[in-house]
Design a protein around this ligand. Structure first.
Ligand SMILES: [Zn+2]
Length: 280
């Protein structure tokens, strides 16, 4: 997942400042042929590109509308996810139905539609959305069964009468059922057991590095940020050239390091895997 964060502090929904306890996730698609994230997300952060009409949603609008994230294209054409509300903020994404409002219970994200015919774009947004849902399920203790689209939300009586996302997924042989099955698969990926260290043999450790600093205070501040994000085993290693590297795990099994790196990236930390330790 290519996750970025640009919180819509100027949208009235953000200003309303209500919180929810997320009990599910609602998948939406925008219903307009414009796959560019900058249609909705702004101002330009250097990756989004400029919205020449200035009509992104990070500003006061005449409609009460706002979701938690958008999936679509950056200016360079790559697909990314932008979180635009804190996940536990009450969004304005699905209105209500006969039995209440999904806005009180569901995290909602919009996938920017294109002309609905590109298999390449669909494949990318489908994968991105699956990974986003898996991350949110882990964060809020949800399962794939807690994920619905807007259309299903209407059928359940908790959303307005919209058809997204079936009209799009169906064109590419997918459905919310195939989607949930893919999220389930990701949730079932377990870490491989770490082998017992053999004192006779030096083991290569795969370290997940997410920062490097010259100033000790900066390294420590970054470390606190990581711990606050749930990486309680993050640590700082000092290396010969005076750099302090901040790492979030050291693993004998490379796949485990890769999984940790993904988890760090999902929380917005850039990083890479290195086998170097104190000798830089
Ligand atoms: Zn919708």
């Amino acid at each position: 997942m290519n996750l970025h964060k640009l919180i819509f502090t100027k949208n009235d929904c953000y200003k309303a400042g209500k919180k929810i306890k997320p009990k599910g996730i609602m998948v939406h698609s925008t219903g307009a042929n414009n796959p560019m994230l900058n249609r909705f997300v702004g101002p330009d952060d250097g990756l989004l590109g400029k919205n020449k009409y200035g009509n992104h949603w990070n500003q006061p609008m005449d409609r009460k509308i706002c979701c938690h994230a958008f999936i679509g294209k950056l200016a360079d054409g790559t697909v990314a996810t932008y979180q635009v509300l804190p996940w536990n903020h009450r969004g304005w994404h699905g209105a209500s139905g006969s039995k209440g409002s999904c806005n009180d219970t569901h995290i909602g994200f919009e996938i920017c539609e294109d002309g609905l015919t590109s298999a390449d774009y669909f494949g990318k947004i489908y994968r991105e959305a699956i990974e986003l849902c898996a991350m949110l399920c882990k964060e809020y203790g949800l399962t794939e069964k807690d994920i619905i689209d807007h259309r299903e939300g209407h059928a359940l009586g908790i959303a307005s009468n919209h058809g997204d996302v079936k009209h799009w997924f169906g064109k590419h042989g997918k459905s919310m059922d195939t989607f949930r099955a893919e999220v389930k698969k990701l949730l079932e990926v377990k870490a491989e057991p770490e082998p017992q260290p053999d004192p006779e043999k030096p083991t290569t450790l795969y370290r997940v590095q997410v920062g490097a600093f010259r100033e000790k205070g900066n390294a420590e501040a970054f470390l606190r940020k990581l711990k606050a994000a749930g990486f309680s085993d993050a640590f700082v290693v000092q290396v010969d050239n005076g750099l302090m590297r901040v790492q979030v795990g050291a693993f004998a099994v490379k796949a485990n390091a890769e999984q940790r790196l993904k988890a760090a990236q999902a929380k917005g930390f850039d990083g890479f895997i290195t086998t170097k330790s104190s000798k830089a």
